[in-house]
Design a protein around this ligand. Structure first.
Ligand code: G3I
Length: 452
């Protein structure tokens, strides 16, 4: 992943004089994300790695990560009925268009979300009093209008969202109450007519493991297939809780696949009680890995979409007060162990693990015939130090003559510098710099510093 230049790094760079030193400092980017990005790993496996997005945020760091790391987007809210037709007959496609345009510019595909749902409908629709015929007309017109608008441009549509209760009975909604369970077949048929090339989904939550709700969904999909109703995919949302990834996830994915439909994890997040600790984040990483692996293991599982890639764009804190940290990147766009978990499941590696790290960066700030001034900066992100020791080995007989802001000893080529009384503490987001003068002769190669 490309990292942007932090103010700290810019500031340090201006201190440097030698070209070699400049390279050393800039070359020491914190290795905290995968290279290649997630989307390349997913492409190599023929899988989707997607994220829900908010259109207005698709610039800056958010836009860069959304574009670079993912090969698939789902509008988090922009295509819901309440967003696109807030008052009857008055359409607002601004955010939806923005997301589709962004995806096309970045070589990404889009799943439209969502056409027929009980939530986030406009009040004119929910407050109206409709006959079955009117309701059917409204639903069909809505599908024809929205799917038709993006015909040929979207990979898929979540046609019906969340039709079931936890016990596997149908949820009593505007649609079910007005049209009976057949609203589902009607909606799918209308969506197929409006865009024959889009994959059509039924999507629900708490259907990731084998349970009463997923079995109801299974039976529905089976019967739709038997009736010849167009259903291509099942979406398992996967709004999960830390420590509660269903053990039957892969088995459940497989049983849907065996019905002759594709399966996708459509809205993955794994929430935890705040504050997030290193241990919880590490566990979350393992669980993200397990979820993605379960999909990778089933050939008809097309991929995984996370429901927001950063904790700054997640629905969890608003809906579950006291919970959060559910996505692969923290609020400052630093990748978390969850990100690593996805990488690992997709066959990649990250070094070092993105639990946060402290790094030491060596630079030469000035150099003359026989001597030079060097400096080492120790910076922490997502981790902290209460004391430190920086070690390196000179490669060309350099010899330290004097040090400041550290106590340095040199034995042969080996140098070891420890903190002084007042600068041992390096908080997350903070840094400490120490300096030294040294002699050199012939050449002055830059050593690699390790922290002990
Ligand atoms: O846009 C308004 C803004 O103008 C206003 O100031 C603000 C005040 O609360 O609300 C904003 O709207 C919010 C909207 O998200 C956009 O941020 C709504 O209140 C809020 O209810 C809405 O929540 C969305 C939720 O669906 C609604 O059920 C979440 O963002 C969205 O992530 C979530 O997504 C759903 C999927 O569609 C279906 N599966 C479950 C998933 C999580 O609930």
């Amino acid at each position: 992943m490309r990292t942007s230049r932090s103010p700290l790094r810019s500031r340090l760079t201006t201190l440097l004089t030698g070209a070699a030193a400049l390279t050393a400092l800039l070359g020491a980017a914190p290795a905290h994300a995968a290279d290649p990005p997630l989307r390349d790993l997913a492409d190599a496996k023929g899988k989707v790695i997607g994220t829900a997005v908010t259109g207005s945020k698709l610039t800056g760091t958010y836009g860069r990560i959304a574009g670079e790391e993912f090969n698939f987007l789902t509008p988090g809210n922009a295509m819901k009925w309440g967003s696109v037709e807030p008052t009857r007959g008055n359409f607002n496609w601004t955010e939806a268009d923005q997301i589709v345009d962004f995806a096309e510019a970045n070589g990404q595909r889009v799943r439209g979300h969502t056409l027929v749902w009980h939530s986030q409908n406009p009040s004119w629709l929910t407050n109206g009093s409709w006959t079955s015929a009117q309701l059917s007309q409204l639903m069909n017109d809505h599908i024809a209008t929205e799917v038709g608008r993006y015909k040929g441009r979207l990979a898929a549509w979540d046609v019906v969202n969340e039709p079931f209760n936890e016990d596997g009975t149908y949820r009593q909604t505007l649609w079910y109450n007005g049209l009976g369970a057949d609203y589902i077949a009607q909606a799918l048929t209308a969506a197929r007519a409006a865009d024959p090339s889009a994959r059509l989904y039924i999507n629900d939550y708490n259907v990731e493991g084998v349970n009463a709700k997923s079995t109801a969904l299974y039976n529905l999909v089976k019967s739709l297939k038997e009736r010849g109703v167009p259903i291509d995919d099942v979406g398992l949302q996967a709004h999960l809780i830390l420590g509660q990834v269903p053990s039957t996830l892969q088995q459940n994915i497989q049983r849907f696949a065996d019905l002759g439909v594709d399966v996708a994890i459509t809205e993955l997040d794994i929430r935890m009680q705040l504050p997030a600790t290193e241990a919880k984040l590490a566990q979350q990483g393992t669980e993200y890995e397990a979820v993605v692996k379960a999909c990778v293991a089933v050939s008809r599982c097309t991929g995984v979409t996370v429901w927001g890639f950063t904790d700054s764009d997640s629905w969890i804190p608003d809906t579950f007060p006291g919970q959060g940290a559910a996505t692969p990147y923290d609020e400052n766009y630093a990748p978390k162990p969850a990100y690593s978990g996805i990488v690992t499941a997709l066959g990649g590696t990250t070094t070092p693990p993105p639990t946060g790290a402290c790094t030491a960066t060596y630079g030469v700030t000035s150099q003359w015939n026989t001597g030079f001034t060097g400096q080492v900066t120790i910076a922490c992100s997502g981790a902290s130090l209460s004391s430190w020791r920086a070690n390196w080995t000179f490669g060309a007989g350099q010899q330290i003559t004097q040090a400041w802001n550290a106590t340095c000893t040199q034995t042969g080529a080996a140098v070891s510098c420890t903190n002084v009384s007042w600068n041992g503490s390096v908080p997350s987001g903070g840094s400490v710099t120490f300096g030294f003068n040294a002699n050199w002769n012939g050449s002055n190669p830059l050593p690699t510093v390790t922290l002990a």
